[in-house]
Design a protein around this ligand. Structure first.
Ligand code: ADP
Ligand code: MG
Length: 287
């Protein structure tokens, strides 16, 4: 994990006004929106909820084997942007999305895209763990079954096993695999939801404040898991905790009123932000 976590307790020091982008206009994102090895490429993405312009012309790459965190004050559009990445805004009637969002070479905004396999490739973990009202086993087996990923009960058993193992939950549940998913603790339920996402072979995993309902110990376990999963997956996480962003992510994107104000390496964002709005937020003057 990163060592920036402690560093962010220290306010950026010795910065003069001249070092910062003061311009309140956020029409252009400060920092590096591109990634050397992009999995997802968003260009000029806009989202409206009826007349509310919630995401304004956001362009951003999300790179392979990288954790990118999305931070910013409540209501700035973090969840809205995350939902663009697997077409979850389709489920909100008032939402309208335009711009280009590519997963590898595929434009996911195309009407011809089937969102069911898309959402397996780009999985999502929510703020509140939401296991199905089914057994631990069935929570994991459900996705592979509907996507036809296995050919026999033995293969399905194996996939349930490996998914739970990857999510760091197997040892805790192997003797109670038929117990209801809801009988697990909050942190275990969240790992169950992560295992469920992993079971359908995602490439990208989106997490919207995945630890905000969890205690510090459960949070630490999930953060360690995120760090491990990075080896194999591309991860975008929304968090309201700057410490968490510093601990788990390599890149950080700062949103403000629907604008992507600044994006860059996590330690740079927290220690040497270039935009005044970013500095105000990370030093606690705003938010
Ligand atoms: N389902 C929705 N319907 C209508 N407006 C929404 C919906 N979700 C979010 N919004 C609006 O979009 C803006 C961004 O919200 P959101 O993406 O939830 O921000 P964040 O996750 O950063 O708190 C806010 O103005 C919010 O009121
Ligand atoms: Mg949100």
């Amino acid at each position: 994990m990163n060592t920036t976590a402690e560093a962010i307790a220290v306010k950026p020091s010795n910065r003069t006004a001249d070092d910062l982008v003061q311009d309140q206009s956020t029409a252009t994102t400060v920092g590096e929106i591109t990634s050397p090895n992009p999995r997802m490429r968003c260009r000029e993405v806009n989202v409206w909820y009826d007349a509310n312009h919630a995401i304004k012309n956001v362009s951003l790459d999300i790179g392979q084997n990288e954790v990118i965190s999305m931070i910013g004050p409540s209501g700035c559009g973090k969840s809205t942007f995350l939902r663009c990445l697997n077409r979850m805004n389709d489920t909100i009637p008032a939402a309208r999305v335009d711009g280009s969002i590519r997963l590898d070479d595929q434009e996911i905004q195309d009407n011809s895209i089937d969102v069911v396999p898309l959402r397996a490739r780009v999985g999502m973990v929510f703020q509140k763990p939401n296991p199905f009202p089914k057994s631990i086993y069935e929570n994991i087996a459900y996705g592979p079954r509907i996507h036809g990923l296995t050919n026999s009960r033995a293969e399905l058993d194996e996939l349930v096993h490996t998914s739970l193992q990857r999510a760091g939950l197997w040892n805790e549940v192997k003797d109670r695999i038929d117990a209801p998913g809801t009988s697990l603790s909050g942190g275990q339920q969240q790992r169950l939801c992560i295992a469920r996402t992993l079971s359908v072979s995602p490439e990208v995993i989106l997490m919207d404040e995945p630890c905000s309902a969890l205690d510090p110990i459960a949070t630490a376990i999930i953060e360690e898991l995120i760090d491990e999963l990075r080896q194999q997956y591309t991860i975008a996480i929304v968090t309201h905790s700057m410490q968490q962003a510093a601990r788990v992510s390599q890149r950080t994107a700062y949103f403000h009123l629907g604008d992507l104000v600044e994006v860059g390496k996590t330690d740079v964002i927290f220690n040497r932000p270039q935009h005044k709005l970013t500095e105000d937020y990370i030093t606690g003057r705003f938010g």
